[in-house]
Write a protein that binds this ligand. Structure first.
Ligand code: PRP
Ligand code: URA
Length: 208
């Protein structure tokens, strides 16, 4: 799993526990996912390149930095929406695209229903936000669409990843790093992550 980076610290562990708990309501679920997203954003930012600039302090000229590339955040609807706010707080200059995908419950294949991204993806760092990497179908389809629009450097930010999804990404998009707050055991017979947290979209928006 050369493409996998576990974002692991005590606060993230605590929040993943809150997110797994079946008794956590949607408001607390969104709040915990928001906090984990800050940790993911900070960890992912370590791969950003910077350009050295000068900044005038009240006292003297100092060395400073700015990000070399435009950052584009691409939440996968619906569940990825809850990750946007924290990423935008950390990277306020980021642009935001959206990809709408829904897994067919029988075939587990992603069905795409919306795509809108900003231009110049080739010169940007594109971060796909999706809490769940299960079979990997949605992530692979997202990066297929983004690459078809010319995307250059890409990253996947997720909350829980299954080995099956990581493996599929490794085959289809081996150069794309996957940052995740947890590596879970396996998928069940209907494509849900074990132990997982259930349906991330439903738990985020209360659509049970
Ligand atoms: C969930 C999740 C991912 C996808 C992961 O979305 O947010 O997008 O499943 O599964 P995969 O790796 O097997 O493709 P879902 O299709 O349930 O849509 P929703 O967010 O609208 O509920
Ligand atoms: N999508 C989810 O929301 N949860 C899973 O466990 C798998 C796919």
């Amino acid at each position: 799993m050369n493409n996998f980076i576990l974002v692991d610290n005590p606060l993230v562990k605590r929040d993943v526990t809150i997110l797994r708990n079946k008794d956590t309501d949607s408001a607390a679920f969104r709040a915990a996912l928001n906090r984990v997203s800050y940790a993911l954003a900070i960890e992912i930012a370590k791969i950003f390149e910077v350009i050295e600039i000068e900044v005038q302090t009240p006292l003297e000229l100092a060395k400073g930095f700015r990000l070399k590339k435009q950052v584009v955040l691409v939440p996968v609807l619906r569940a990825g929406l809850s990750m946007v706010d924290a990423f935008l707080k950390m990277i306020p200059e980021a642009k935001v695209g959206h990809i709408g995908l829904q897994r067919d419950e029988k075939t587990l294949q992603p069905i795409d229903y919306y795509y809108k991204t900003p231009g110049n993806l080739d010169k940007s760092v594109t971060i796909v936000l999706d809490p769940m990497l299960a079979t990997g179908g949605s992530a692979v389809a997202s990066f297929n669409s983004l690459k078809a629009k010319g995307a250059g450097k890409c990253v996947l930010a997720c909350l829980i990843a299954a080995p099956e999804g990581i493996h599929k990404m490794e085959i289809e998009h081996p150069e794309i790093p996957i940052f995740s707050a947890s590596l879970d055991r396996q998928l069940n017979e209907v494509g849900y992550i074990l132990p997982g947290l259930g349906d991330a979209g439903d738990r985020t928006f209360g659509t049970f």
